[in-house]
Design a protein around this ligand. Structure first.
Ligand code: NAP
Length: 490
């Protein structure tokens, strides 16, 4: 805790080190060190919960379900709005906590807090619009009515790359729908999740409705969350490999499942694009969070007519990105999450160069520290190199040249992933052809940042199922119940 005071927090009570279960803070016998990826130094220790605490959290969520689901949508909206207001009031502190445990620049971290909070605000309102239906019945003595009800206890596991927003996106919809919620955040980033629990309590959200269990036994805790009979729905954000095994765990009790998994986003620049806009779009969609987001541009396809112009302008823009400690003003690229993550990126770059790619910029670790990798650009890349088929999850842009529209759509779709795609063109016919031809859940057209609370976030193919945000996002937390009223002719 002492280390944290040096980071300029206004409200040190937001730093919690125990799991939050049934409205109280639970210590554990063992502890986990939370480290700052800038220098690997320990920031604080948190209690290491396990299977028993996870079971307790599910029990508490089950215990709180009846009362929470019986509240009116208006009452729930009021409490969610309190939570949203508190998050925005403490945006600076929450951003600092996030930067300290995760590494992204403070401005981005504060942006993540506002983004996460926006889902809470949005679903608070949307929860008031859970409408049912009446359906004309096939005979006059009957009436068909459809109502929607909360699915029940929702369990979730979230990753380290958005330690606040990946929880907020799920919890907001779940709570608004009348479900209660248990989250196990990533081991590397528990503090943002626990700070959310502290604010949920201050907001007046009742005990048991929002629970956070922190622990490094991912497998054991995951088994409880995916297999416990009292869990009605499981929602996961993380890698496709882990997501697949969690889906199969959920199969044993046929849980409702939604998955936000990996991506391999193509970013296509056509000859008719506004090149300056495309450069800006590529910059933000690639280098945000040091390239560690599921919707990050993974492959940049540039049509031959503008290849030289785009590469030159893009290289100049990337060169200007400042690398360093995310708490330092003006830094655009923070550390990667771990040394291992840097090793993986180093290998992908080395393998690409060995296979014929040309290094235009970066291509090595930075002197700022062990977890820093320089913003990198490779040209002469082909779509069959490992860097094009793997999720890079680092600040590296592989540029692939192409000749025509049909070829680039085929190359863009040649992946098992289908989360986000981007393209730049000013031709209206092409815009529709390409938008419809891309096998992705989300497509940015002349736009590099596409996610917001009002829009449906999610992927197709092996990038997952279900949607977060928007009116569609609430459906994942609701069951449809059909009521048949008969005997009405008497
Ligand atoms: P990961 O390895 O799948 O980890 C994600 C979460 O799953 C962490 O909490 C992790 O716990 C936990 N976990 C790992 N193995 C588990 C197991 N056997 N049983 C239960 N839980 C387990 O993913 P990551 O590398 O940390 O995160 C990056 C991935 O997430 C990328 O593929 C990225 O594209 C994806 N992502 C997708 C979205 C989206 O919305 N589609 C958003 C963000 C990220 P520990 O922390 O203890 O390992």
């Amino acid at each position: 805790m002492q280390n944290l005071q040096a980071f300029g927090l206004k409200d040190s009570q937001l730093v919690k080190t125990f799991s939050y279960i049934n409205g109280s803070w639970h210590s554990s016998e063992s502890q986990i060190a939370v480290t700052n990826p800038v220098n690997g130094e320990e920031v604080v220790k948190v209690a290491n919960a396990g299977v028993a605490e996870t079971e307790l959290a599910v029990k508490s969520a089950k215990g709180a379900l009846k009362k929470w689901s019986a509240k009116s949508a208006n009452e729930r909206a009021g409490l969610l709005r309190n939570w949203f207001n508190l998050m925005m009031q403490h945006q600076d502190d929450l951003g600092r906590i996030l930067t300290i445990e995760q590494g992204k620049p403070l401005a981005e971290a504060k942006g993540e807090i506002a983004y996460g909070a926006a889902f809470i605000e949005w679903f608070a309102e949307e929860g008031k619009r859970v409408y049912g239906d009446t359906i004309p019945a096939p005979s006059g003595d009957k009436r068909i009515i459809v109502i929607k009800q909360p699915v029940g206890v929702v369990a979730s596991i979230t990753p380290w790359n958005f330690p606040n927003a990946m929880i907020a996106r799920k919890a907001a919809a779940a709570l608004a729908a009348g479900c209660t919620f248990v989250v196990r955040p990533a081991t590397q980033t528990p503090l943002s999740a626990l700070a959310m629990a502290e604010l949920a309590e201050r907001a007046g959200i009742p005990a048991g409705v929002f629970n956070v269990v922190v622990g490094d036994d991912a497998r054991g805790m995951g088994e409880v969350l995916t297999q416990h009979p009292d869990v009605a729905k499981f929602t996961f954000t993380g890698s496709t490999a882990v997501g697949k095994s969690l889906i199969s765990q959920c199969a044993t009790s046929v849980k409702k499942v939604s998955m936000e998994l990996g991506g391999n986003a193509p970013f296509i620049v056509f000859n008719d694009a506004d090149i300056d806009a495309a450069v800006q779009g590529a910059l933000v969609s690639k280098y945000r969070n040091a390239g560690q987001t599921c919707v990050c541009t993974n492959r940049i396809f540039v049509q031959n007519g503008v290849l030289e112009q785009f590469t030159e302008k893009f290289t100049a823009a990337v060169k200007a990105l400042k690398i360093g400690n995310g708490l330092t003003e003006g830094v655009a690229i923070g550390p990667m999450i771990t040394n291992t993550a840097v090793n993986d990126v180093e290998k992908l770059v080395a393998d690409s160069i060995a296979a014929g790619a040309k290094l235009v910029l970066g291509g090595k670790r930075d002197q700022a520290g062990d977890c820093f990798y320089q913003p990198t650009i490779l040209t002469n890349v082909t779509n069959n190199m490992p860097i094009a088929s793997n999720e890079i999850f680092g600040p590296v842009s592989p540029i692939i040249a192409f000749d025509n529209e049909e070829d680039v759509i085929a190359m863009a779709n040649c992946t098992e992933y289908g989360l986000a795609a981007y393209f730049y063109s000013r031709d209206i016919g092409r815009i529709w052809r390409v938008a419809e031809g891309l096998e992705y859940g989300m497509v940015g057209i002349n736009e590099g940042i596409i996610s917001n609370a009002a829009a449906p976030f999610g992927g197709v193919k092996q990038s997952g199922n279900g949607r977060e945000g928007s009116k569609y996002g609430l459906d994942d937390y609701l069951e449809i119940k059909y009521l048949c009223m008969g005997g009405l002719d008497k």
